[in-house]
Design a protein around this ligand. Sequence first.
Ligand SMILES: *Cc1c(COP(=O)(O)O)cnc(C)c1O
Length: 396
Amino acid sequence: MRVYADNAATTKVSDKALEAMMLGLTTLYGNPSSLHEEGREAEHELLKARMEIAALMGAETDEIYFTSGGSESDNWAIREMAKRGSKKGKMHLISTEFEHHAVLHTLQKLEKEGFAVTYIKPEANGIIDIEKLKAAIRPDTALVTVMYANNEIGTIQPIKEIADICHEHDIIFHTDAVQALGHIPVNVKENGIDLMSFSGHKFNGPKGVGGLYVKKGIVIGNLIDGGAQERRKRAGTENIPGIMGMAAALKEAVEEMDTEIEKLTALRDRLIDGIIEKIPAVHLNGDRERRVPGNVNFCFEGIEGESLLLRLDLAGIAASSGSACTSGSLDPSHVLLSIGVPKELAHGSLRLSFGKYNTEEEIDYILEVLPDIVKTLRLMSPVWDDKNGCMKKISF
Ligand SMILES: *Cc1c(COP(=O)(O)O)cnc(C)c1O
């Protein structure tokens, strides 16, 4: 048995998305910029996909730009809005400590180029305190970028409140909604979002395709020079199969959202309750309620996350530690450190993320094998005090 519990990393392409992609790869192979019938047909599909995707998030059709995914959209939005600010002498940006690296590394580069960045520390429950955002605002703040839902701990941020505060101060608000769109209701207009990044492969669409919503009236500079694609902002022949697949996937995700939220919330809560009941010395990361339906993230005292993942994989379970371990050094997750999880404990993290193809039997299977794996690893661990059932040295 294989259980795929790493849907926050990527998802399986749905049947409907695949069907749409096949059409884009076969019948609709024309170049949308060509004037002949094949080209016009492809252009028609491109427009249809853009209209659908826009409508599904409450945007206008020409507010959507297609990109290669979430990372590209984050880079583009942040760089260009910083540049826009600098032209008015605004050199300050605000973000959070627990953003995705596509945001954090872009900001770090901008710091080297002379921008000042304030990184807000999230609260212990993984949610940003609005008062801390207010306090960070300066007269020269150009941009606030705060993710919609966190990719490791799943916590959902108060997006509308953040947008309102930004607009009171004439600040642009960008959000990385890669973990939110297609999973929870997202409406750019109702929330007052200025720019929003999204990615197809996080909602059962294909990889290598995503988009950026840019509110009408905000001028964004070019990303790629060349042809006239994407309203002259991002040149290159459009990824028609990918865009069609992403549109079909988002349509399906939004149509099924109510039932999926109900199903996944039940699965998630069953797993959280089961882990707390069956395994001692565990800590749930992120707010119990205000998190995306499919996210479970725990720290296990006395355990190395990497060995846990290997054992789970052998038992047929694909999960993630949520930690960014680079070869050689095992750095604990910046997300967990940002919410105040001690370093020693952050090493023992496990993220299980679920999607439309997961079942209750799979949750029960995880609950069957996980406690024994944790027990075995703890008995081998030099930092585990088995007599007292906790980690040595540090106490909670
Ligand atoms: C996956 C992810 C990204 C990157 O998206 P890609 O399409 O893989 O480039 C960015 N932000 C968040 C929150 C993500 O989860």
